[in-house]
Design a binder for this molecule. Structure first.
Ligand SMILES: C[S@@+](CC[C@H](N)C(=O)[O-])C[C@H]1O[C@@H](n2cnc3c(N)ncnc32)[C@H](O)[C@@H]1O
Length: 226
């Protein structure tokens, strides 16, 4: 891969800033109500995918401690190695989320916090569509996205030596992508950070998608013909 490829820049960046970004015992305030709400919305021992799980803190650890079955995916080997050490009861995959695949309907929730914004823009709507398929009907997506459109990089991010890269659309575009993926947006709000911020979306897969209805109809027809 080209060393200047944005994905390579992001991977190297998080390998370098893993501990500057998140210490082993951090729990940023804004995550607490999100994780409590997600837990309330999940069945017992739910199957949860955390895309861009970082070092597993706080999302994978908090949900695994509440008895859920966590699968975390991250591009950075350092982040994944820390996550395996910090949350040993979860499963972690070192992979690019835009390249990974899972069977249809296997997750009760997919969490994707502050991660879509590091992916090439054209890969983001495709990933959101695939997330929609990975959710079981009724399953939840909790995601932060861009609020304003911007693509750019920053050298010496977080005071380290690495460059970081971001690319995101505005909130209205993410709203469209999520709806086009067949997910129903239950709520959305702006998360302020200094003089900018992100958009937080709660969306769920409808219980009866056209595909499920068609499958059910075919099953009924087969029964009637017997
Ligand atoms: C800002 S951190 C957020 C970590 C965690 N979601 C959280 O909220 O604490 C973004 C994480 O996404 C990961 N990431 C970025 N692009 C990715 C990709 N294409 N596939 C998998 N992980 C990715 C980075 O390595 C990094 O660990």
């Amino acid at each position: 891969m080209d060393a200047n490829d944005p994905t390579a820049v992001v991977r190297r960046g998080y390998d370098a800033v893993s501990r500057l970004y998140r210490r082993d015992d951090d729990c940023p305030d804004e995550y607490t109500p999100w994780l409590a709400t997600l837990h309330q919305r999940l069945p017992a021992r739910a199957s949860v995918l955390d895309l861009g799980c970082g070092c597993g803190i706080p999302v994978a650890r908090a949900l695994a401690e509440r008895g859920h079955r966590l699968t975390g995916v991250d591009l950075s080997e350092i982040q994944i190695n820390r996550a395996r050490h910090l949350v040993p009861q979860a499963t972690f995959l070192h992979a690019d989320a835009t390249q990974i695949s899972f069977p249809d309907g296997v997750f009760d929730a997919v969490v994707c916090l502050y991660t879509l914004i590091h992916m090439p823009l054209d890969a983001q709507p495709r990933l959101i569509s695939r997330i929609a398929w990975w959710l079981r009907p009724g399953g939840w997506l909790l995601a932060t996205t861009g609020a304003q459109a911007w693509t750019g990089s920053e050298d010496n991010w977080l005071g380290g030596t690495a460059t970081m890269w971001w690319s995101h659309a505005d909130a209205a575009t993410y709203r469209d992508w999520i709806a086009q993926a067949g997910l129903h947006i239950a709520s959305e709000h702006f998360v302020q950070e200094a003089d900018s911020g992100h958009e937080l979306f709660w969306a769920y897969r409808n219980r009866w998608t056209r595909v499920h209805r068609d499958r059910k109809l075919r099953a009924w027809n087969r029964q009637r013909q017997r």
